[in-house]
Design a protein around this ligand. Structure first.
Ligand code: SME
Length: 148
C-alpha cells in the first residue's frame, strides 16, 4: 500500500490537469487492486443537493446524477462518513450500477471542512474491504482535495 501511495503522489505531483489526475488515479487503483472493479469520483453540483459523476473507470453507469440521500453515495453526501457495504444485496437504499457488483465503499472528500465529493469503489467480490482500503482511499481523498 505504501508503494501504491507513492505512485499516487507521482500522479498528483504531475503537471496534468486535475481531471486527468483523477482519471489516472482511478486507472491505477483499478489496475493494482484486483477487487476494485469500478472506481470513480462524484462531486457536489455547486450549491445543489446532488452529486455529479466525475472521472471513472469501469462499466458505464446510469447514475450520473445522484440526489443527496439516495443510494450509498447520496447517503455519504449527507453523513460525511465513509460507508463500507460488504454485501450490497443487504442494503435497501442502494443504486445498482451493475448486476456484477457485490460490495462497495464510498469515502468522502473534504475541502476546507466541507464535504465536496467522494470516491466510490464497486467490487465483484463480497466483503473485500479492510481498514487498509479505508486508509488508502482516505489518503487519495486528501490528495484530491489539494488539487481541486
Ligand atoms: N451504487 C452507488 C451508485 C453509483 S454506482 O455504483 C457507480 C450508490 O448506491 O450510491
Amino acid at each position: 500500500m505504501e508503494q501504491l501511495k507513492r505512485r499516487i503522489d507521482t500522479i498528483f505531483n504531475s503537471s496534468h490537469l486535475s481531471d486527468e489526475k483523477l482519471q489516472k488515479v482511478c486507472q491505477l487503483l483499478q489496475d493494482e487492486i484486483s477487487y476494485y472493479n469500478w472506481v470513480g469520483f462524484y462531486f457536489r453540483n455547486g450549491e445543489k443537493e446532488e452529486l455529479i459523476l466525475g472521472p471513472y473507470v469501469g462499466a458505464e453507469t446510469d447514475h450520473t446524477i445522484i440526489p443527496f440521500g439516495k443510494g450509498i453515495c447520496g447517503q455519504v453526501a449527507v453523513s460525511n462518513e465513509t460507508f463500507v457495504v460488504p454485501d450490497v444485496s443487504a442494503q435497501d437504499n442502494y443504486l445498482s450500477c451493475s448486476i456484477e457488483t457485490k460490495s462497495e465503499i464510498v469515502v468522502p472528500i473534504f475541502k476546507n471542512g466541507e464535504n465536496i465529493g467522494q470516491i466510490d469503489i464497486d467490487s465483484h467480490v463480497i466483503n473485500p474491504f479492510t481498514k487498509e482500503d479505508e486508509d488508502l482511499l482516505e489518503y487519495v481523498c486528501t490528495r484530491v482535495s489539494e488539487v481541486i
